[in-house]
Write a protein that binds this ligand. Structure first.
Ligand code: GLA
Length: 387
């Protein structure tokens, strides 16, 4: 659906004219490597993609905000100045969480009619939720003329998800959605929030996203469980010195003190985080030197660590990654995002794409009975006002 069509749909739904109607866009993201490291203050390497959320907004000069979506039937109307509460498990919790954050920051907001449309596959681990949040934050910042820098909008969006939606997510997704840059990956150190743009020079290769199309089920509670397990690991390791996050240790130091963690499961969780941090550093170096086979190996190693140590992959993601690795022209393949379903990314030679899609789809169907979907994505720019 293009912007003109969306505008038509907006007017059909809300009436009136296009005067004052503005359009905002926020992308989704993939993460090249550095999974579950963000809430452990580690390294990540995501990039924004060319799919995302469009948000059409028009002031209504009332004290109400109306929220509707082209993707979901559920619509909502809330009154500004009154406390906002969660609406079941509905999509509106993401934008409402952002309104709630702006209200907590005492921003004077105006009533508005809003229409959202996303072309990111929903629930696929490509950050459709962060995309909705950051689109809302950019729109509110513009309409309330608060002039907050993008980093503030990113943090508010993460807080919205932590406090209002109830997922203890890190900041990677909102960051990538806010700061994405065409043809680049973002190498971010969460401890300092300093980042570098790394040109995504893939020569004859490209990144293919494959969707397991598996419903993610109780993914949020499993995600929160991993957050707690990492905190527990920190408690054990504080016998050595007073660290706050797992990433305050190097992999070498961890290896020498890991016996202080008596529970095997917690030890494995920590092992994933510290080895994954090292893999991000190695992947950035490999990308800069154009060593794509090494990048592929690191992707494979990351997936294996998420499979055996962090245990967030599941049969579907494993089947997709394994099928990809068996296919000619593939340098590496791994799950991307939180896991428990969602998508893999694979580094595939451009001449091998058609065969890749056919062969992986067939192997995956044989292994799981499910139909995979494939997308060619390009690293795109971050959230912005379009018009
Ligand atoms: C989800 C969260 C992120 C990050 C990833 C895993 O996408 O929102 O903060 O933790 O999972 O890397």
């Amino acid at each position: 659906m293009d912007v003109d069509e969306l505008k038509k749909n907006f007017l059909a739904r809300y009436g009136g004219t296009a005067q004052g109607l503005e359009v905002f866009f926020a992308p989704g993201r993939i993460n090249l490597i550095g999974e579950h490291t963000d809430y452990n203050n580690g390294y990540v390497l995501p990039c924004a993609i060319n799919f995302g959320t469009y948000l059409l907004a028009r002031p209504n000069y009332e004290r109400v905000v109306r929220l509707a979506s082209e993707n979901f039937d559920y619509a909502a109307e809330v009154t500004l100045g009154k406390p906002l509460s969660r609406q079941g498990e509905h999509w509106v919790n993401y934008p409402l969480g952002v309104y709630d954050q702006f209200a907590q920051h005492k921003v004077k907001m105006q009533g508005a009619d809003l229409l959202y449309y996303g072309n990111i596959p929903n629930g696929a681990g490509l950050s459709s939720s962060a995309s909705i949040e950051v689109a809302t934050a950019v729109m509110l910042n513009d309409q309330a003329r608060t002039d907050l820098p993008m980093m503030e909008l990113v943090k508010l969006s993460q807080q919205a998800e932590n406090q209002f939606v109830g997922v203890c997510c890190g900041i990677m997704d909102q960051f990538a959605v806010g700061f994405g840059k065409k043809d680049h990956a973002l190498f971010l150190d969460i401890a300092t929030m300093k980042y570098e743009l790394v040109p995504l020079m893939l020569a004859d290769y490209c990144i293919i996203v494959a969707n397991t199309n598996k419903r993610r089920g109780r993914a949020d509670s499993k995600y929160n469980e991993r957050v707690k397990e990492c905190r527990k690991a920190v408690e054990y390791l504080r016998q050595v010195r007073p660290i706050d996050f797992l990433s305050d240790m190097s992999l070498q130091e961890f290896i020498s003190v890991k016996h202080l963690i008596p529970e095997a499961t917690i030890r494995k969780r920590a092992a994933h985080i510290l080895s994954e941090n090292q893999r991000v550093l190695d992947a950035v170096a490999a990308l800069r030197r154009g060593e794509l086979p090494l990048l592929g190996q690191l992707m494979d190693a990351s997936h294996n660590s998420l499979r055996y140590d962090y245990e967030v992959t599941g049969a579907e993601l494993d089947a997709l990654a394994e099928a990809a690795r068996r296919t000619p022209g593939v340098l590496g393949s791994r799950m991307t995002g939180a896991g428990f379903g969602g998508c893999t990314i694979s580094l595939v030679h451009k001449d091998a794409i058609a065969n890749f899609i056919e062969s992986v789809a067939q192997q995956y169907h044989q292994a799981t009975g499910l139909q995979a979907e494939f997308y060619e994505t390009e690293p795109g720019d971050g959230a912005r006002k379009l018009s």
